[in-house]
Design a binder for this molecule. Structure first.
Ligand code: NAD
Ligand code: WQD
Length: 340
């Protein structure tokens, strides 16, 4: 089976790549290195002890994408490539449309042209397609109303994938709606390492405060309607998330008929920002100075996943604890520092 992994050198792509290689699959790894480094390829090869085929390409390049799909006779695509900053998406919505929507469309249309019996497409969607919760936990049939330009691109891809897969034959597609992935691979080599100096997401920010690269964490708001006043999220360990992709792939491979599904990948449990910070401090025995500041625009008070569908359909659920997430994030950050 010829499998293409886009965004393979990124945080979630690289961790899933490891699981797929360890399960015996031969992969074609694609990335344009916009938010990753070629060094990640070396790390993947070191961990798996297997040489990989790497293709440096941009998913926006329609002709090149078609050539790659034809040349390698691609039958399955794990599609991780994309831009993921909510803040940047609000400032540059056109760029997000081009990369996230048009880039995805190139891959979907290209796969559709392949003359093969089974076309498998697994898409990295996001919990942000739901928008303000009408009811928690978010079930997959919750109304979809993303609040920002990034989320809108994710919803647009879901709809395009759904339409293409349902109006053509031989299609099996899943949009996986990730909640908040944190943590790192057990080797300590593959984690979330945003290239910007001031990370936007909570865990990379905490890790850099722990290292002393940033003086303190600002907690955005202490007056939310939650147990301790700070927002609640469904944090999921990156290795659990990577295994969720394998479960989705196995589910599709075993199906004879055409399929389109949207499935949450989360733990099904919410933790507040303060709970996360306290767990990080306790498990890693390190102090994280923090201050409360005003709410971040667009933040939702509380959300977490309904995990029944992933359990029933994929036979998958998370195994790792918040402690393990915090521990592995810190191990990764320390290793990065050692190798600077
Ligand atoms: P990441 O930035 O670490 O990885 C994305 C990869 O895609 C990077 O290696 C980047 O270089 C590559 N890329 C970007 N633009 C490209 C282009 N035009 N052509 C080819 N490659 C390109 O991000 P991640 O956290 O690994 O996220 C992977 C996917 O999951 C993204 O689509 C993201 O939107 C989605 N997602 C992420 C989260 C999260 O919190 N990390 C949550 C929900 C969904
Ligand atoms: C978590 C909590 C912040 C930084 C985003 C996207 C979502 C998905 C995951 C891609 C929030 C608080 C954060 C800081 C803080 N990504 N925080 N100080 O916003 O839940 O989700 O990433 O699809 O779509 O929206 O994640 O890590 O940014 O924030 O207090 O310096 O931490 O207010 O409550 P978020 P996050």
């Amino acid at each position: 089976m010829n499998i293409l992994v886009t965004g393979a050198l990124g945080y979630i792509g690289s961790n899933t790549t490891i699981k797929l290689i360890e399960s015996g699959y031969k992969l074609y790894l694609l990335d344009n290195l916009h938010n990753s480094s070629i060094d990640t390829l070396n790390k993947i090869e070191k961990i798996t002890k297997k040489k990989q085929t790497f293709i440096e390409a941009d998913i926006r390049d329609h002709n090149e994408i078609n050539n790659i799909l034809k040349k390698y006779k691609i039958e399955t695509i794990f599609h991780f490539a994309g831009l993921k900053s909510v803040k940047e998406s609000e400032n540059s919505p056109e760029k997000y449309f081009e990369v996230n929507f048009e880039g995805s469309k190139n891959l979907i249309d290209g796969l559709n042209l392949q003359k093969i019996k089974k076309k498998i497409f697994i898409f990295s969607s996001s919990a942000c397609v739901y928008g303000n919760p009408k009811k928690l936990p978010y079930k997959e049939d919750h109304p979809l109303s993303p609040e920002n330009a990034y989320g809108k691109t994710k919803l647009k891809v879901e709809l395009y994938l759904k339409q293409t897969s349902l109006s053509n034959t031989n299609w099996q597609a899943i949009a996986l709606r990730y909640f908040n992935p944190i943590g790192a691979h057990s080797s300590g080599f593959l984690g979330d390492n945003p290239l910007n100096d001031t990370p936007e997401n909570l865990m990379p920010y905490i890790s850099r405060v722990a290292l002393g690269k940033l003086t303190h964490l600002e907690i955005f708001g202490s007056d939310y309607d939650t147990n301790d006043g700070t927002p609640v999220r469904d944090y999921i360990h990156i290795e659990d998330l990577a295994e969720g992709h394998l479960a989705a792939f196995n589910f599709l491979k075993n199906k004879k008929n055409d399929v389109y599904e949207e499935i949450n990948l989360g733990k099904g449990k919410g933790y507040s920002v303060l709970e996360l910070v306290e767990t990080f401090q306790k498990i890693n025995k390190i102090n994280i100075p923090y201050e409360f500041s005003k709410r971040r625009l667009g933040d939702i008070s509380k959300y977490y996943a309904d995990v029944e569908k992933s359990k029933n359909l994929l036979g998958w659920k998370t195994k790792k604890t918040l402690e393990e997430m915090c521990k592995s994030s810190w191990e990764f950050e320390k290793k990065l520092k050692e190798n600077e």
